[in-house]
Design a protein around this ligand. Structure first.
Ligand code: NAP
Length: 242
């Protein structure tokens, strides 16, 4: 059985990615931190689509919790490994820097950047040993361009982009690709409260994107067809930025 782990798979983009990877034959390990009912709803969608999935609750920003969950999974699945990792969990806590409380800086960096280390480090070794793996990191337009009111989020996403490029060069010879996706505005809980009408006016495609559109890109990057793409950041933003 082939396994994929999607962090933050309980809602939004992570849910759509989980369903997509399940449709490609992966047993999907759906990570979440608090929203059990939504995480279970993702599993239901996976099963309705004929796939299999399992829940793995941990806070990606907590190193001990993350390592315990992953090593526990590995111990229960001797001889198997997680060949696709989608580092998707993320939050935003927007504020201009002069007004930003330190906890909002550290929280966003903890979940958006430190988690990359926490989750990827224990999973990359088996990928290298098996000479096949896919690491797909959910970055953002904010990490490419920098957005005012999001110095914390831009820093996390910019860091993820740089880490993607560095790791891709470390593991390229072993059949492991590492790529980032930089979405613009995608209709999920994360964009609730934003002025959609005003923002859509700036988007050439004239609308927000759907989680399924991002999931299709993840599916491609996870596939063997994308074997020669690594260290890239692929934007999916309706033409908002290039
Ligand atoms: P969302 O709907 O708010 O969902 C966030 C997901 O992350 C949930 O599954 C949540 O789990 C999980 N999560 C949050 N903190 C976590 C933690 N400490 N440990 C484990 N899981 C955690 O967000 P989304 O819009 O789908 O965003 C997914 C990714 O895309 C994020 O990295 C985001 O930055 C990026 N992105 C989104 C947009 C957009 O417009 N939506 C644009 C650019 C980039 P619970 O359900 O348990 O809370």
């Amino acid at each position: 059985m082939k396994h994929a782990l999607v962090t933050g798979g309980s809602r939004g983009i992570g849910r759509a990615v989980s369903v997509k990877l399940a449709s490609m034959g992966y047993n999907v390990i759906v990570n979440y931190v608090s929203n059990e009912a939504q995480a279970e709803a993702t599993i239901k969608l996976i099963e309705e689509a004929g796939g299999t999935g399992e829940l793995l609750k941990f806070d990606v920003s907590n190193l001990e919790q993350t390592v315990a969950a992953i090593t526990g999974w590995q111990a229960a699945h001797k001889g198997e490994y997680i060949e696709v990792l989608v580092n998707n969990a993320g939050i935003r806590k927007d504020n201009i820097l002069p007004l930003m409380p330190s906890e909002d800086w550290y929280k966003v960096l903890g979940i958006g950047l430190n988690a990359f280390y926490n989750v990827t480090q224990p999973l990359i070794q088996p990928m290298l040993r098996k000479k096949f793996g896919r690491v797909i990191n959910m970055a953002s337009l904010s990490g490419l361009k920098g957005l005012p009111g999001q110095t914390n989020y831009s820093a996390a996403k910019g860091g993820i982009i740089a880490a993607t490029k560095a790791l891709a060069q470390e593991v390229g010879k072993r059949g492991v690709t590492v790529n980032a996706i930089a979405p613009g505005f995608i209709k999920t809980d994360m964009v609730e409260g934003l002025n959609e009408e005003e923002l859509v006016a700036q988007i050439p495609a004239g609308r927000f994107g759907n989680p399924e559109e991002v999931a299709a890109l993840v599916g491609f990057l996870a596939s063997k067809d994308a074997s020669y793409i690594t260290g890239e950041v692929i934007s999916i933003n309706g033409g908002l930025y290039s």
